[in-house]
Ligand binder design. Structure first.
Ligand SMILES: Cc1cc2nc3c(=O)[nH]c(=O)nc-3n(C[C@H](O)[C@H](O)[C@H](O)COP(=O)(O)OP(=O)(O)OC[C@H]3O[C@@H](n4cnc5c(N)ncnc54)[C@H](O)[C@@H]3O)c2cc1C
Length: 400
């Protein structure tokens, strides 16, 4: 990866269907394994059964760690530790793709666990500072705050003195991470979460951007365009940043908690914050991409998506506006083990691409793995697309 922006070497739109480029880093055996895995998790019955059995087996301390590690963990995670994951970073680097080390341990609510998350994210910042292939670090605010506290602060309800103190510790953790990333000159992504936790996260991240993004977007917020209020939020934030003179780092995602959001809204009797249909989400997502490119003087953007159309839209907007493909303000990002055809083809065409590389002890990343399996079972077309592309590449290789 280069750090300066120069004129693009390649011409013509990127071809995301080029499976030779997409899978060049995978051996025939790797492809066979990936094909088998996507078939297994694509089957709702097998996937549901696998979820129950793996949770049970780990709970009972049955020796299934090796099996999980050599199958689904190997597909979607970099390793159990940062050191293990650096092999994956090295592999991605060879294809011009950056690594975002994502400590995927969830559900931590005790103070010592929250402090431990800070220590771990600081380690990733340190590693990123020392290497050239980790363009961003990342964390979730639920990793540094008790979830119920985030909900309370988001609700605007009164807090006890003890809760005030607890919240000031969360603010201090956030500040420590943002200050450290800025000092190391490593951009830091802050993931978006459920809408009932997000007001507190928004306020914190806005404050961090205002403070640390004076000259450059070091701190990246995330908006979920499945929410119908987020386009207006993006515009409002841009107005404010323009007035107050700070830069915006913005990761655009569609959003990961649709079912949970809708269920809670129904259960509690408030209007769902989620768009009524996918078409509206796609429209807002693509409009947000266009808005960020048009306002690139103030906004650095990361398109966190596996959607081909949205990825191609961003690529086209860069080319049409005469923006270098490796402009440091514009990034594409996918999750490890998914949509390699987007990541590898865009990187080969000269765009800036990074992959989230989740890591952590097998037992602790299991919830993440189960979500990936569920997503590949439930998101219409996702598994079919992965299988189709891998199948196509296997046929191409067989015909050589
Ligand atoms: C690098 C990266 C970082 C991410 N970070 C976050 C994060 O911080 N927070 C977060 O919440 N998620 C995050 N995600 C996940 C993301 O929000 C999506 O769940 C996932 O990427 C699928 O959306 P898509 O754009 O890739 O693909 P698509 O397949 O085009 O879109 C699927 C998404 O569309 C939406 N959708 C589908 N059907 C409907 C419907 N009927 N009505 C309304 N909406 C619908 C849902 O959001 C669904 O996930 C991240 C993803 C990536 C790749």
């Amino acid at each position: 990866m280069t750090s300066s922006s120069t004129a693009p070497a390649a011409v013509g739109p990127p071809d995301l269907q080029d499976t030779a480029t997409a899978f060049a880093h995978q051996s025939d055996a790797d492809l066979r394994r990936a094909y088998w895995l996507f078939r297994v998790i694509g089957n709702p019955t097998v996937s549901a059964l696998g979820k129950i059995l793996s949770e049970l087996a780990l709970f009972l301390h049955l020796p299934v760690k090796g099996l999980i590690k050599s199958t689904i963990f190997r597909q979607f995670c970099g390793g159990e530790t940062i050191a293990e994951s650096l092999h994956k970073a090295e592999e991605l680097r060879r294809s011009g793709i950056g690594t975002i080390l994502d400590h995927s341990v969830e559900g931590q609510d005790e103070e010592d666990e929250l402090d431990a998350t800070v220590v771990e994210v600081l380690r990733t910042i340190q590693v990123a500072r020392e290497r050239g292939d980790i363009p961003f670090c990342v964390f979730k605010t639920t990793g540094i705050s008790r979830t119920d506290l985030l909900e309370l602060v988001s609700s605007g309800n009164a807090r006890t003195p003890a809760e005030e103190e607890e919240w000031s510790r969360v603010e201090a953790r956030m500040e420590k991470l943002c200050a450290s990333a800025t000092e190391a000159r490593v951009p830091l992504l802050i993931d978006a979460e459920e809408s009932w936790l997000q007001p507190a996260i928004d306020a914190l991240v806005e404050r961090m951007m205002e403070r640390f993004n004076r000259e450059h977007a070091w701190i990246f917020h995330t908006i979920q365009l499945y929410r119908h209020d987020r386009s207006a939020y993006l515009h409002m934030l841009h107005d404010r940043a323009s007035r107050e003179g700070f830069h915006i780092g913005m990761k655009l995602v569609r959003g990961a908690y649709m079912e949970k959001e809708r269920e809670r809204a129904t259960e509690k009797g408030y209007p769902s914050p989620i768009h009524a249909d996918k078409a509206a989400v796609d429209r807002d997502y693509d409009a947000a991409i266009a808005f960020c490119v048009a306002n690139r003087a103030r906004i650095s953007v990361m398109a966190g998506t596996h959607n081909e159309k949205s990825s191609l839209l961003l690529a086209r907007l860069l080319d049409e506006n005469g923006i270098a493909r490796n402009d440091p303000r514009t990034w594409f990002a996918q999750l490890l083990g998914m949509s390699d055809h987007i990541s590898y083809n865009l990187a080969a065409a000269g765009y800036r691409v990074a992959k989230y590389v989740p890591y952590g002890p097998v037992r602790e990343v299991l919830p993440y793995l189960i979500r990936r399996a569920a997503e590949n079972t439930s998101v219409a077309g996702q598994t079919g697309r992965e299988l189709g592309l891998i199948g196509q590449e296997r046929l191409r290789r067989a015909a050589r």
